[in-house]
Design a protein around this ligand. Structure first.
Ligand code: UTP
Length: 408
């Protein structure tokens, strides 16, 4: 793309300021910026302008979760089915590690965070150890696909290498990068992070499968006969990955997706809950849960929307491929975005200062036809690290790890 074409493109979206330092740049910086303008989709920013028109939900009805008592009763059956699939190499794992972890406030990828007290215990290490448990049980290595972003790919890959993949077999770990989206101020103007680079951020956790397809990782999945992908978040240090009972329950119930859920601690807990929306599985966010839904009860008098998602899903590759081309809604998220001020000095804001644009994995679930919400014991499987202190923090996760006899 040349300067003229770039100007035309930016004009269309009211983003001409992106080129304001162009004359000062070196040739390679000019090329870098023109290239970034070329590959950036500015049309998504138009969403800022009609932010009020938030997509409305369809008709919400309950989706029964498979609860602990049933899982306990059918444990042997599920375990046998799940273990069989794992032993046949039909289960792979996808670690979503492309996020910025802005709430935790560390410059490094979240997985590099050291939660140890008397020794090093990195988040990535915990995840690998949890996966290794199943490798030891099954005698079969499970392919792990790690999604990073332009911002954290090199440090993530190097960190794994430096730590010798925490004892995992490196040929079973594949890294791939997600796409980036421009980040803007509250008026929809793209921030610049340097004179020759627009501020961009990872485009959310909903694009992982299309990124796998884009980078040829899906070919590897298919070549290896992987039929199920267990996708999970980096920040839950008690995450059970490729859990045979969960895999077995998803297969036995003929579901296109299994979703690990925990019982809510209160009816207004800030967690997305599983439901049906217009007859398809879906997740209703806590801020979308009306009083009426919050107070609704099922036939046993239990709250009808009572099971929160923990970002651990098992999805059928075949059905994922069927929805590959489908469009996902974009979400506008308020975040802290680094930018250069009028003197071209880099500012690292302490509070949110603009918008990022993301697609979310929960919208993927709604594109599929059947889902089994699978209850897990919160204190055994859910220790998210989102914040520095308080709720879902390093402190709360440490306490839960100790409760589960993990040495820190
Ligand atoms: P969060 O929604 O908690 O976002 O991610 P985050 O970026 O990690 O943290 P904050 O909000 O800035 O503090 C949930 C999971 O989705 C992954 C994260 O790495 C985490 O595992 N994720 C999120 C991505 O892989 N890519 C993204 O663009 C966003």
């Amino acid at each position: 793309m040349n300067f003229f074409e770039a100007t035309q493109k930016l004009k269309k979206y009211g983003q001409e300021h992106v080129l304001q330092y162009f004359d000062e740049l070196t040739d390679s910086q000019k090329e870098q910026l023109l290239n970034q303008i070329d590959i950036t989709d500015f049309s998504i920013i138009e969403m800022c302008k009609n932010k009020e028109e938030v997509a409305t939900k369809g008709k919400i009805t309950p989706l029964d979760a498979m609860q602990l008592d049933e899982i306990d009763r059918r444990k042997d059956e599920f375990y046998a089915i799940g273990m069989d699939a794992i032993k046949k190499g039909e289960v792979g794992a996808v670690l979503l590690a492309g996020g910025m972890g802005t709430r935790l406030g560390s410059d490094n990828p979240k997985g590099m965070y050291n939660i140890g007290e008397t020794k090093d215990v990195f988040i990535f290490e915990r995840i690998i150890k949890n996966l290794q448990d199943i490798v030891d049980l099954s005698g079969v290595y499970i392919h792990l696909f790690v999604m990073t972003s332009d911002k954290n790919n090199d440090s993530t890959v190097n960190f794994f290498k430096e730590h010798n993949y925490f004892g995992y077999e490196p040929e079973y770990i594949t890294f791939f990068m997600q796409e980036m989206a421009p980040a803007t101020d509250y008026n929809g103007k793209v921030y610049m992070e340097s004179k020759f680079k627009m501020s961009t951020s990872p485009n959310g956790n909903g694009g992982w499968f299309s990124s796998m397809a884009k980078w040829g990782v899906l070919d590897k999945v298919k070549k290896n006969g992987i039929k199920w992908l267990n996708v999970f978040a980096v920040d839950n240090v008690l995450q059970r990955i490729a859990d045979p009972v969960f895999v077995g329950a998803t297969i036995a119930t003929n579901s296109q997706v299994g979703s690990k859920v925990v019982k809510k601690v209160s009816k207004d807990e800030k967690v997305g809950v599983m439901c049906m929306e217009d007859g398809k599985p879906s997740i209703v966010e806590y801020y979308e849960l009306t009083d009426e839904l919050m107070d609704a009860v099922d036939k046993n008098g239990e709250p009808a929307y009572n099971y929160g998602v923990i970002l651990n899903y098992l999805l059928s590759v075949k059905h994922l491929e069927e929805i590959l081309e489908k469009e996902m809604p974009l979400h506008i998220v308020e975040k802290k975005i680094e930018y250069i001020d009028e003197n071209a000095n880099l500012v690292k804001p302490q509070e949110p200062n603009g918008y990022k644009f993301e697609t979310l994995i929960l919208d993927m679930i709604h594109l599929l036809d059947s889902c089994v919400p699978f209850e897990v014991v919160r204190n055994k499987e859910f220790a998210p690290i989102k914040n520095k202190t308080g709720v879902d923090s390093v402190e709360s996760a440490r306490a839960l790890l100790k409760e589960n006899n993990v040495e820190l």
